[in-house]
Design a protein around this ligand. Structure first.
Ligand code: FES
Length: 101
């Protein structure tokens, strides 16, 4: 996974996200299966702070440190995208946003 620490994300306290990611990964069953990298920009600066989880490439945007535990548990441990926090750049809306019809 990538945690962006570029200027826009840093302005939105992404270092705190990175710290929380590392802390939460240490408590999962197989922390050795997760590799955490920093990125200087993930191209969604307006939605900072941003992180991206592979292999799916799921973006999590506008997250807070308190959201990280849920993302680590649900996505990294159980393999489920956390739709509440996920952002689909192709749909240009967060997955849980309501779309006017
Ligand atoms: S600086 Fe983080 S997405 Fe651009």
């Amino acid at each position: 996974m990538f945690v962006c620490i570029g200027s826009s994300c840093s302005d939105q306290k992404s270092r705190g996200i990175l710290t929380e990611v590392k802390k939460q990964i240490e408590r999962i069953e197989r922390p050795d299966r997760v590799h955490v990298y920093t990125a200087t920009c993930l191209s969604h600066c307006l939605r900072a702070p941003v992180m991206q989880v592979y292999p799916e490439g799921t973006f999590y945007c506008n997250i807070l440190p308190r959201d990280v535990r849920t993302i680590v548990t649900e996505h990294l441990e159980k393999g489920h995208v956390v739709e509440h926090f996920a952002y689909d750049p192709f749909a240009a809306v967060r997955w849980n946003d309501e779309i006017d019809s």
